[in-house]
Design a protein around this ligand. Structure first.
Ligand SMILES: C[S@@+](CC[C@H](N)C(=O)[O-])C[C@H]1O[C@@H](n2cnc3c(N)ncnc32)[C@H](O)[C@@H]1O
Length: 198
């Protein structure tokens, strides 16, 4: 039989789930509507591809679009494109096809105003190191999935062969004390890490 304490806990758990969903729905409804092109892209991504949840989606897409409008970037780099949802939110993206580890080596002369790192998480640290010197002072790096479904948190039980989680944790720690950037982790969706270039 449930006692008062466990009932309170159950109520709080149910309330939290309900509030998270309800708050996200409220945030969606009170943000700029999804442009028709992006809505069509989202639909096609879900109809045609495996793992459609990799696409940025409406609300986070509006957040990226907001950053882009505020920053007015001339040169934007997205690492990890998938179906291009975030690409269309960021605008002004130069498209390069290939393994990002190789492609980035061909872009050494560029100066970036905005960089969105959203490819294979195991290489977050490598991508960061390859581009950070090329981000102009005041520019912004945004790194997606830094919460990694909650596994980034140190009290989450880590499996020995979970190399992605180890990499996400290591990267989050690495940039926390990197004097070249000022970090702000936004706990939205799967975690967006903003890194303002000093
Ligand atoms: C999370 S999805 C990107 C989602 C996209 N940024 C968006 O918001 O809609 C990650 C993408 O990175 C690509 N990717 C993974 N490893 C890569 C690599 N080494 N070089 C280039 N792309 C890579 C995957 O194929 C996938 O398309």
């Amino acid at each position: 039989m449930l006692n008062q304490r466990s009932m309170t806990f159950l109520f709080l758990a149910a309330y939290k789930t309900m509030t998270d969903d309800a708050i996200q729905a409220y945030a969606d409804a009170h943000s700029e509507p999804e442009p028709p092109l992006l809505h069509a892209l989202w639909r096609e991504t879900h109809l045609q591809l495996l793992m459609p949840r990799m696409a940025t989606g409406h609300w986070q897409g509006r957040l990226l679009s907001m950053f882009s409008h505020l920053l007015k970037p001339i040169r934007v780099l997205e690492i990890g494109t998938f179906t291009g949802y975030a690409t269309l939110c960021l605008e002004r993206v130069s498209l390069h096809v290939g393994d990002a580890r190789d492609v980035l080596l061909t872009l050494v002369g560029e100066v970036w105003d905005l960089v969105f790192i959203d490819a294979d998480k195991i290489n977050n640290g490598r991508y960061f190191e390859l581009v950070v010197r090329q981000v102009r002072p005041g520019g912004l790096l945004i790194v997606d999935n830094v919460l990694w479904g909650g596994k980034a948190l140190l009290d989450y039980p880590l499996k020995a062969n979970d190399h992605d989680t180890k990499a996400v944790r290591a990267f989050n720690e690495q940039v926390r004390t990197d004097s070249r950037v000022v970090p702000l982790l936004l706990p939205v969706r799967d975690g967006l890490l903003l890194l303002r270039r000093v």
